[in-house]
Design a protein around this ligand. Structure first.
Ligand code: FES
Ligand code: FES
Length: 160
């Protein structure tokens, strides 16, 4: 319809269905943070360069700052808030704790979501998740503090 700037959009976020009327220009990151109060996904660069906003969409990782929410109508989104099973941390979250894989933690939600998606991603590509593969596949997630050695240890511990 000419002049229409909003679209009714259905998203399942961390297991809960939401019907939202969204400005067509709204990114998934802004919907999560501003409409649904899920502030785990961080706005670092807002340009697809840092990975701080990484979430899972239908099980695959996505830079949510680059995705228009209305284009994801009907999708299932998992943010860092949805990784744990009640009080039981996701194995990747537990490994990050065990390996001390964060300092300021700003990048950590995106690192966690990326790490959770890695086994399926590597499996589909027929790739073995060794240290080199983890470093390459996690290279879109930037940590300003330099926690990379511990992050790699944690990811390898979680997938082993
Ligand atoms: S905030 Fe999305 S990649 Fe940096
Ligand atoms: S822990 Fe500080 S940016 Fe990653």
């Amino acid at each position: 319809m000419p002049g229409t700037t909003e679209t009714r959009t259905g998203l399942e976020v961390n297991g809960t269905h939401h019907t939202l009327v969204l400005d067509n220009r709204c990114t998934l990151l802004d919907v999560l943070r501003e409409h649904l109060d899920l502030t785990g996904p961080k706005k670092g660069c807002n340009h697809g360069q840092c990975g701080a906003c990484t979430v899972l969409v239908d099980g695959r990782r996505l830079n949510s700052c680059l995705a228009l929410a209305v284009a994801l109508d009907g999708s299932a989104v998992t943010t860092v808030e949805g990784l744990a099973d009640g009080d039981a941390l996701h194995p990747v979250q537990q490994a990050f704790l065990d390996e001390d894989a964060f300092q300021c933690g700003f990048c950590t939600p995106g690192q966690l979501c990326s790490a959770v998606a890695l086994p399926a991603e590597a499996g589909a590509a027929g790739e073995v998740l060794d240290e080199a593969a983890v470093r390459e596949l996690m290279s879109g997630n930037i940590c300003r503090c330099g926690a990379y050695p511990a992050i790699v240890r944690a990811v390898l511990a979680a997938v082993s």
